[in-house]
Design a protein around this ligand. Structure first.
Ligand SMILES: [Zn+2]
Length: 206
């Protein structure tokens, strides 16, 4: 989900928590609403995230809260299964997002062009499996996949906006060889970098 959508959803919920929308999101265990609002179960006085795996109560037994604090202020206790303290936008969640953002910065600076995910994780002070889990959670892709996309995007920008030779672009973007650049570009754009440039960038040298 794009961040702009999240902002709109949050604004909407600050204005008015619509019971039917909340209830549908809860029954669908819709992860897009995770952390946007919380579900209070009147019978147990426990509050949950929308994604809670526990058996779902009847609509007449639930109430909705904009924040964990609002639920607690109303006498509800946090669920031990879905752990509201780790929901999106919580301090714990923001902390893991910070780690991911720092990792992305290092990847953009070339940390995975020659180095390993293990070395990257070590620089961030976390384990590599933990880092991979955080990437999956926040970005839906592994560190290697993110690095691959960043490399290709950088190369594409240079192809479009510079007159650098294809070989210079390959190395500037972090590819180990021109062949590797060619293969990756071909895979995603169905044409080689030089074919692309001939077609779309007539003023550039190839
Ligand atoms: Zn729960």
């Amino acid at each position: 989900m794009a961040s702009v959508d999240v902002t709109i959803v949050i604004l909407y919920f600050y204005l008015m928590l619509d019971f039917n929308i909340c209830d549908k999101a809860r029954l669908d265990r819709d992860a897009r609403y995770d952390g946007v609002f919380f579900v209070g179960v009147k019978t147990s006085k426990i509050y949950c995230r929308t994604i809670c795996p526990v058996r779902q109560p009847l609509p007449k037994n639930v109430t909705y809260f904009q924040t964990a604090s609002a639920a607690e202020a109303d006498g509800y206790r946090p669920c031990l299964r879905c752990r509201p303290e780790a929901a999106p936008f919580s301090p714990a969640w923001n902390g893991t997002l910070t780690t991911v953002n720092r990792a992305i910065q290092l990847i953009e600076d070339g940390a995975l062009d020659n180095g390993s995910v293990e070395a990257l994780a070590e620089r961030l002070g976390v384990g590599s499996r933990h880092l991979s889990r955080l990437f999956k959670k926040h970005l839906g892709a592994s560190p290697i996949q993110v690095a691959r996309t960043k490399r290709l995007q950088k190369a594409k920008r240079l192809l479009d906006n510079s007159e650098l030779k294809i070989s210079s672009i390959a190395f500037k973007s972090g590819y180990g060889s021109i062949r590797q650049f060619n293969d990756c570009f071909l895979e995603k754009y169905r044409q080689s970098p030089s074919q692309y440039r001939k077609k779309y960038c007539k003023s550039c040298a190839s």
